[in-house]
Each structure stands twice: as C-alpha cells, then as structure tokens.
Design a binder for this molecule. Structure first.
Ligand code: NAD
Length: 486
C-alpha cells in the first residue's frame, strides 16, 4: 500500500475556506495519497498580534511536512502588518515562483486562444528585500539586491523545469541596458547556464519590450525566467490576457519546502456566497501532486477539470452565454469535477503527467568559481546638502583627504560637478565620489581608516552624511557604475 504524504493546509480568509474545502474534496475523491495537518494563518492571526500573519507553532508543521497548500489571506491595511507571502518565501527559502498561464479558449473568452507559457519568477531578492530608507526630506531609496547564488538557483531551476516538462525555449527578461550590474548579473548567469542545456533554446529580451510581447504575442513564449519585480508584474499581465485570473495556480518552490496557492486574493466581496471558483487552488493542488510525485492523480484531476469546463459547467466568474450550460455554485462545480474523474476532455488535449518524470528539482546556486580579489579604491559619500551650490560644496571638500581625490558630485545619478550636465531641480540628495586616482584603469588601494578620517572631517564641517558606499575593484575591474555624464 502506498504511503500517504503529509501536507500542511491553511484555509486562509474570505473565500479561502470554501475553495480549500472544494479542493480537498476533489483530492480525496481522486484518492490522492495525502494526510493533512491544518495551520491557522491570516487575518485572525494578524489580529492576535502576530504581525507576520503566522503563529510560531505553524512553522513546526511546515518543518514536518515541507508542503503547504494555502488558501488566500487578507492582509489588514496599516498597523505594521507584514505580507505573509513574503515572510513565507523568505523564511522557507522559496526561491522560485512558478506560474503557468494557459488559455482555455473558447470556453473562457480571451483574445489569445493559444497561450501556454510558464513564468518562473525569482522570489527572494531584488527590491523585494524591502530595504527602504528616507534619506532627505524629499528623497527615499529602495535597495535592489541581486546575488549570484540567487540568480543561479532560479535560472538553473527554469532550465531544469523546461527539460522535465518538455518545453523548448527559456526566455530571460531583464533591464540590463540600464541596471548593468544587478540585472547584468542575472543576464550573465542566464547565458552561462544556458550553455549547459543545448537542447533548449535560450533568448534574452529587455523586460519592457518583453512585457509588450507577452501582452500582444504571448504564443511566442514558452518558459520565462526573470527577477522578482518584473516577474510579479509580468505574471499578472500573462494571467490577465488568458482571461483566466481566477483559474491559475502557482507554486513557490524551495529546496526543502514548497507552497502552493491560487494566484487570486481572498475575494471578501463574494465570501460565503457559494459562488467562488475553486479552480485556481485546484490547479495549484495539481502542481503539488506533481511535486510530491503523484503524477497519476494530477493527471486524473486536471483532465476531469478540463472536461467540466468543456461541458459548460461554469462558476459565475467564468459564465458566458455562448459556452456555459449551467451557472454552478462552488459545491456543484466541485461535484461536477468529481463526477468526471477518470474521463478525458475531448476539445482540450488531455494531459498526461508521466510517473517518475518530475523528481523534485533542487538548485543550490553554489557553483564553484574562483573568488575575485577585492580591493578598496574609493568611497561614495551621500550628503543631504541643504545649502551649498555644487561648486561651493566641491570647494569645501576637495582638499580634505590627502589620499582620496574628489572625482565627481552627482545628484540622483546625474553629474552636477565638475560641470553640470543637465537641468537640476533638486540637489539636496547628492553623492560625492572619492577615488584613489581619477584613472579607472590604475586605481590604487586605500584603507578604510582613510575613509573614516574623511568622514570625520565632513562631520566637523557640519555636513549631513546620510550614507556611504565603498568602491571596490574585483580582479581589477571596477565594481561600481559611472554617473550619467561622468
Ligand atoms: P482578489 O483576487 O481577492 O479579488 C479581485 C476580484 O476577483 C474580486 O471581484 C473577486 O470577487 C474576484 N475573484 C477573486 N478570486 C475569485 C474566485 N476564485 N472566484 C470568483 N471570483 C474571484 O483581489 P483583491 O480584492 O485585490 O484582494 C483581496 C484581499 O486578498 C486583499 O486583502 C489582498 O491583500 C489579498 N490577497 C491575497 C493573496 C494571497 O493570499 N496569495 C493574493 C492577492 C491578494
């Protein structure tokens, strides 16, 4: 007899209990080999004073089962509440967000009948580290952090996913024409890893034209891999154009734990009305079954669900006069799927997830490579400069250090000294770049003590230092960008 896989379930808020009850009914009717343990997450837990939305004992369940099937939750506004999803992703190391986007034309109306793409979004880094500061009265910053292991994990995952699911092409989307270092790293890692998968076509597009193409020619894409913020926006664009926002599920994959959920929210406007569509969570459960190596059950359920759509049994959100035969409640729709377990769709191509083909993909991003020699060669000192013109400021600070030369002053990336290169509306937020020499090819080492001495002198002049950023070379290559106009 097969051994049941323990999974943790969380009903969540709003329509969460209705759609998880429906999903579990289908899983049990299909004889999924699972046992469930329930945890409480979401609004009630936030109100009990857990700002993360998850109580301490829930983590123990996840450490036992390593799998979470979760209903959507309501994040209360204000009050310092943190997004539960972001907390789960980061705490559990869920590095890849996998979101299939498929058209179910003609039963679900869409202008794009042939969409079948999968977005794999990096899930832990980028601006989603949420490291933000107010630096001057009117300027705020958000740090964008991209690491080599973070890129390697998700890019490697995307290629492994493509191979396992018989997909032909992986497209990488970045904005490395502007963010040459952070997005540039993502693109470089993509190019490196692509060479290990000669059987899969690899392409890179700048994310703006890439998103425009997803919105207008989605059929040209197969698997897309992209950093966190772009992936977040893009996956909603892709889901929306298939007309199936209420139908899509997503997987958040880590090496030890994985979380499965619908892409929509808790829909408080329809909670308790028995009209919620359980398809998004059910499709997430299909992804879960594949992940826990029960592909036969995944196949059984997805085919029964496709058959139900084809037969025009539709919940209110997807009901249309042309193809719907029955406006079904959540419970009736669920029952219709259960009744069709074992049947194949006739319009849609039946799915067939093969046994043994989808072993869990583990990606650690710890490729061996020589560690670069890192040398301190300068410092960017950011000031809140309320009073001085660029020339006055330069006169004050350019002779403060014997070993560090003032190279340039910039304001939000634009050079304002030695010459102003554009029209400047606000120079409160400015960055004074000091280097050991002005010649980038012959930068010489400095000590951090020299930086500290310079900072003390700036402080003695009454200047408001808001931040410093050390300038390094790595194997002789500058690890920093030049200012616009430098
Ligand atoms: P939503 O996705 O909950 O609802 C948007 C619209 O779609 C509503 O009209 C709703 O009735 C409808 N809808 C959504 N799912 C449906 C379904 N399964 N069947 C039928 N209709 C459905 O988005 P929202 O209103 O912006 O957010 C509501 C709450 O959900 C917010 O508190 C938000 O923070 C939260 N949220 C949670 C998650 C999550 O837990 N993963 C994701 C997104 C939003």
């Amino acid at each position: 007899m097969a051994i049941n896989t323990p999974i943790t379930i969380a009903y969540g808020d709003g329509i969460g209990p209705e759609i998880l009850t429906a999903t579990l009914a289908v899983l049990h009717a299909a004889k999924a080999q699972i046992t469930t343990e329930t945890i409480e997450v979401g609004e009630k837990i936030y109100r009990q004073g857990y700002t993360s939305g998850i109580p301490d004992d829930a983590w123990q369940s996840l450490q036992r089962t390593h799998i979470l099937l979760k209903g959507p939750i309501t994040t209360p506004q204000g009050g310092g509440y943190k997004s539960l999803n972001v907390t789960l992703r980061k705490t559990l190391g869920l590095f890849a967000n996998v979101r299939p986007c498929t058209s179910y034309y003609p039963f679900i109306s869409t202008h794009y009948p042939h969409v079948d793409l999968v977005i794999i979004r990096e899930n832990e880094e980028d601006t989603y580290a949420g490291i933000e500061h107010r630096q001057t009265d009117d300027t705020y910053q958000c740090l964008k952090l991209i690491s080599r292991p973070g890129c390697e994990r998700v890019v490697h995952y995307a290629f492994e996913y493509a191979r396992k699911f018989n997909r032909k092409k992986v497209t990488c989307l970045t904005k490395d024409n502007i963010m040459k270092m952070t997005d540039g790293l993502f693109h470089r890692v993509f190019n490196e890893i692509a060479t290990e998968y000669p059987d899969i076509q690899a392409e890179h597009l700048i994310v703006d034209i890439g998103t425009a193409l997803v919105a207008t020619q989605p059929e040209r894409f197969d698997v897309i891999v992209t950093p966190n913020l772009y992936g977040d926006i893009l996956s909603d664009v892709a889901a929306q154009i298939t007309g199936s926002v209420g139908l899509a599920g997503s997987a958040n994959i880590g090496n030890h734990v994985a979380m499965f959920e619908a892409i929509h929210g808790s829909a408080p406007d329809i909670a308790g009305k028995h009209i919620a569509n359980p398809s998004g969570l059910l499709n997430a459960a299909v992804q879960m079954l594949i992940h826990i190596n029960q592909p036969e059950t995944a196949t059984l359920i997805e085919n029964a669900w496709l058959k139900t759509l084809e037969e025009g049994i539709h919940t209110a959100d997807i009901y249309n006069t042309q193809h719907s035969k029955e406006k079904a409640s959540t419970e009736r729709f669920t029952q219709a799927i259960i009744e069709r377990l074992g049947q194949q769709p006739s319009h849609f191509k039946p799915v067939h997830y093969k046994t043994g083909a989808y072993a869990r993909i583990e990606c650690y991003g710890e490729r061996k490579r020589a560690v670069a020699t890192k040398v301190l060669v300068g410092v960017d000192i950011f000031l809140d400069n309320a009073t001085d013109s660029p020339n006055q400021l330069a006169e004050k600070i350019k002779t403060l250090s014997e070993s560090l030369q003032l190279i340039t002053i910039t304001s939000r990336g634009l050079k304002i000294w030695p010459q102003i290169t554009g029209e400047i509306s606000n120079i409160h937020h400015c960055c004074c770049r000091f280097q050991s020499t002005s010649d980038l090819k012959h930068l010489t080492p400095i000590t951090y003590a020299e930086v500290l001495r310079l900072l003390v002198k700036l402080n003695q002049l009454g200047l408001d230092v808001i931040k410093t950023e050390n300038l390094y070379t790595f194997d002789g290559e500058p690890g920093f960008t030049l200012a616009q106009g430098q």
